[in-house]
Ligand binder design. Structure first.
Ligand code: ATP
Ligand code: ZN
Length: 292
């Protein structure tokens, strides 16, 4: 690994897995340009003092906690599981999954409380142990390195505790969900050793402003429409997240054009109601970046 450049930030990302594409896309969207990383451990950013370190996701919390990396992008589930002392900065809106409990579809168990005395296979023993403890369920944890979903079929366990997103894997293995331990998503985490006032913490601040701008923009929509002036109160009711809209009179008397950023997803239902309220030419546009 190249020597640590004191004034540049090191960000740990998953080298090859579910979070890799989203993580790199996010960094690109906040303006960081990287060489194609292929399978290297390490790559430098062309236009910002940032280096990327590619790791297995399981190693990211510890590297960030120890200050080997200043920032990391990793699932909340891994942070919990590794009991890592990292500062959680921002949830990133991808890598959604749930640590869930499941049993064979034909088992009589209906709820987690019925797992008393059962053997539960998992790759998340720390998280499961904490859950069982909190819920006061006396079950045996069968710790596996992977493939928990096949453990019941092999009679290695009576239940599993595993990550799911759509539930397809559970269905394929003929398993039925009986309860959730917790929901997870990818987070930007920081090393607690990052000195306030240092060059690196100033860089983290700059990246956070960009990230906030990007994540806010993703929630925003830009809405334009034409409507009779008297329909305005009704339109504002339908789009409560619309901040100080620009209202411009049109050549047709009594008609106005409304332009506004809406702090909400604008669904087809809302558009139908806008139309009923008298709006026409309704456009909903994505917002790319924001700075306030
Ligand atoms: P590595 O080789 O880096 O250890 P891995 O096999 O442990 O990879 P992945 O399967 O790539 O990890 O998952 C990475 C992260 O993606 C998980 O820790 C979790 O936060 C998230 N994730 C999202 N959906 C799912 C899912 N359905 N199953 C497992 N993880 C998911
Ligand atoms: Zn892993």
């Amino acid at each position: 690994m190249p020597r640590r450049n004191g004034e540049s930030l090191r960000i740990a990302v998953q080298s090859n897995g579910r979070l890799t594409g989203y993580s790199l896309e996010l960094l690109k969207d906040i303006g960081l340009e990287f060489e194609d990383h292929e399978r290297r451990l390490f790559t430098r950013c062309r236009n910002f003092p940032v280096e990327l370190l590619f790791l297995r996701d399981d190693d990211i919390p510890e590297y960030v906690a120890d200050g080997v990396a200043d920032l990391g992008i990793v699932g909340l589930n891994v942070i919990h599981e590794k009991r890592a002392e990292v500062d959680r900065l921002v949830p990133l809106g991808f890598g959604f999954c749930t640590l869930t409990l499941a049993v064979p579809a034909n088992a009589s168990i209906r709820s987690p409380s019925e797992l008393e005395g059962a053997r539960i296979a998992t790759t998340h023993p720390v998280s499961l142990a904490r859950y069982l403890d909190e819920e006061q369920i006396g079950a045996e944890i069968v710790e596996l390195a992977g493939g928990a979903e096949i453990a019941p079929a092999l009679d290695v366990a009576d239940a599993i505790c595993d990550l799911v997103s759509t539930g397809t894997t559970l269905r394929i293995h003929d398993l039925r969900q009986i309860g959730d331990v917790w929901d997870s998503e990818a987070w930007l985490v920081a090393s607690p050793g990052l000195d306030e006032g240092s060059g690196r913490s100033a860089l983290v601040k700059r990246l956070r402003v960009r990230l906030d701008g990007l994540l806010t923009a993703r929630r925003l929509k830009y809405v334009t429409l034409n409507a009779p002036r008297e329909a305005l109160p009704r339109i504002r009711e339908i789009l409560p997240g619309m901040r100080s809209p620009t209202v411009v009179p049109l050549a047709d008397s009594g008609m106005v054009a409304v332009h506004a950023a809406a702090q909400e997803e604008v669904f087809w239902e809302a558009m139908e109601r806008l139309k009923e309220a008298g709006a026409t030419e309704i456009l909903v546009l994505p917002v790319e970046k924001v700075m306030r």
